[in-house]
Ligand binder design. Structure first.
Ligand code: AMP
Length: 586
């Protein structure tokens, strides 16, 4: 066999090395860690240190450590570490040499060839500097490929038909967006934009500022000049950011953070995802502006984009996915580890050059979105059944996600939680797969926080729990076959759901819903109202958007009347819906 060519992602924050073995892509780990922090330093004894050790040293001895060297590639500058001086190429070479060693230890053989990725916007000088870094590290750089090209190869190397793909790459310190055309494993970059001073580090800084302000306000302490406290705050901020990617709140506790006038100062506070998202919204706006510029340069519009690929650790921030989904109507792909995707693509390219066969990279993902419904706005109008996604389509399984909701009125004693599967903004157009009631809530004002957690495993078992944040009161259910609703006949819309509920369809869902109804006595006017809703929804496909919206409005009102037992209002709204149906059918 030919000598293995390694694939390297030489990143601003982290770097990785990957190979293809027996058709499979492997990112090689070093003592369990696949990410090598792109930090280089000189320790107290004058030895070169790389990775996590250097990253730790950076917090205490920044004058002996360097990070983000990628930003200086191609510049005629010098980096001083303790009493030694290096060029940017030499620093990058130290990182590359470490990756080469990691690969050699894994393969038990020498490695001398590599494919290295660079940002699409890199100039000739920056590319040349990267090539030189490879040479200094003892690596023949057989090809340099653009990072978006690498990411696209991981998702699509086997696809034959031509596709327009948007690659949104937000790392620790840089942001890049590219529009590419991919066909039969060949990736053409149509346009790219970005900001090499924007990334997750800026998000961390926002949280750090918030923590510093809290210390100032509550304790009248300025911690900015206390390097140990700052190091702890920096770590705490990044950790909090990670937690907020999966949960709506994070508790930040830093005991004995510092001493002030002989007293120990502790930091303890809660940060919500909503507060955090407000802190970073300007940065996200900047990235979306770049997305639009990239589209414009490629002479395309949002509707031309068939797929979106997320790259870079910061794309785990949920509001980024939401913004892209809202803008493009396409659920972004993030199933292949956003941190490792580029290195994997480099390895695929290396294997292609080497004539090796490469299998498609497969991971278990959900094919549908799972969530609940909440009061919100739909098409500019208040609507009681806005779909609130919790586990998004394409999420890697098993997946556990938490979101918070709040009660709508003062003294609300219970909430009814419905769980839906589907992609429509209107929950009623998705498939309802379970529901339950949380009773005995505290007698408090509207806004009582209920935390909803969805946990979906590889077998399609969906655990749902709702907890009243204030008291810990919990109610949970297990939905055994969360996948099978759609597998058994693509029951995608409420049309089928409602129809089945009233016996027109003989499907498994029908039986399920019948069972759910067992023991419940439904008043005749309510049953009639449901039948009318089913009739209205049957007409949805053949009426104007305006009529559809009017009907949806009324359906929302009717369901509300049923839930709150308002018989007079029910009669009135049912009559209005009847009129519309009569008009449409005549
Ligand atoms: P990269 O340069 O692609 O390695 O991305 C590194 C950035 O991703 C850092 O700013 C990390 O803090 C950030 N990051 C990693 N995991 C998460 C997460 N779960 N949520 C938000 N940001 C993350």
């Amino acid at each position: 066999m030919n000598e293995i060519i390694i694939g390297i992602d030489l990143g601003t924050t982290n770097s990785e090395v990957a190979i293809v073995e027996q058709g499979k892509v492997t990112v090689i780990d070093d003592k369990g860690n696949k990410l090598l922090a792109s930090f280089v330093g000189v320790d107290e004894s004058g030895q070169i240190i790389v990775g996590e050790t250097a990253r730790n040293q950076y917090l205490v001895y920044p004058e002996r450590t360097v990070k983000s060297i990628k930003r200086l590639m191609g510049q005629n500058t010098q980096i001083k570490l303790a009493d030694q001086v290096f060029t940017p190429q030499e620093i990058s070479a130290i990182i590359l040499k470490q990756l080469k060693t990691i690969a050699e230890n894994y393969l038990h053989q020498p490695v001398s060839k590599a494919v290295i990725t660079v940002p699409a916007y890199f100039s000739d000088a920056q590319r040349q500097a990267t090539r030189e870094a490879g040479e200094i590290a003892g690596l023949d750089v057989v090809r340099m490929i653009n990072e978006p090209t690498a990411a696209a190869l991981v998702y699509d190397s086997a696809q034959a038909e031509s596709k327009r793909v948007l690659i949104y790459d937000l790392g620790g310190g840089t942001f890049d967006v590219s529009v590419v055309n991919i066909e039969s494993g060949v990736v053409e970059v149509l346009s790219s934009h970005g900001d090499n001073q924007l990334g997750g580090d800026d998000f961390d800084q926002q949280i750090i500022n918030f923590l510093l302000n809290q210390l100032q306000e509550n304790e009248q302490i300025d911690a900015r000049n206390n390097s140990k406290a700052m190091a702890r705050l920096t770590r705490a901020a990044e950790n909090a950011k990670w937690v907020l990617s999966d949960q709506p709140f994070v508790q930040i506790d830093e005991e004995y953070l510092l001493e002030h006038k002989g007293e120990a100062i502790h930091l303890s506070l809660e940060l919500s995802r909503i507060e955090y998202e407000e802190m970073i919204v300007d940065y996200i706006d900047t990235t979306m502006n770049a997305v639009h510029s990239a589209l414009k340069d490629a002479k395309l519009t949002s509707s031309d984009i068939e797929e979106i690929i997320l790259v870079g650790g910061s794309t785990r921030t949920p509001c980024i996915r939401e913004r892209l989904f809202n803008e493009f109507g396409v659920e972004p792909h993030g199933e292949i580890d956003a941190d490792l995707c580029v290195a994997m693509g480099a390895a695929i390219q290396a294997a292609m050059i080497n004539g090796q066969q490469v299998d498609t990279v497969l991971v278990d993902v959900t094919s549908y979105t799972y969530g609940t419904s909440a009061i919100g706005t739909l098409a500019g109008k208040d609507y009681p059944f806005v779909f609130a996604p919790i586990i998004h389509k394409n999420s890697v399984l098993p997946s556990r996600k938490t979101e918070s909701f709040s009660t709508n009125y003062h003294g609300q004693e219970f909430v009814d939680v419905s769980i839906y599967q589907g992609e429509d903004h209107d929950a009623l157009n998705n498939v309802k797969i379970g529901e339950f009631r949380v009773e005995g809530l505290q007698d408090v004002k509207a806004g009582n926080v209920i935390i909803l957690t969805l946990e979906l495993d590889l077998n399609g078992i969906l655990q749902v729990s709702a907890i009243e944040k204030m008291t810990g009161l919990e109610k949970s259910i297990t939905i055994q076959n969360a996948f099978s609703y759609t597998e058994s006949g693509k029951l995608d819309t409420a049309k089928q759901r409602i129809t089945s509920l009233f016996g027109k369809l003989d499907s498994s869902l029908y039986e399920q819903n019948e069972n759910e109804q067992e023991g419940q006595v439904v008043a005749p006017e309510v049953e009639k109202a449901y039948q009318l809703i089913a009739k209205a929804e049957n007409l949805f496909d053949n009426v104007s958007t305006e009529d559809k919206e009017d009907m949806r409005d009324l359906i929302g009102q009717i369901t509300k009347c049923i839930d709150s037992d308002k018989t007079d209002d029910l009669e009135n709204t049912v009559a209005q819906l009847k009129d519309i149906i009569y008009y449409l059918e005549s």
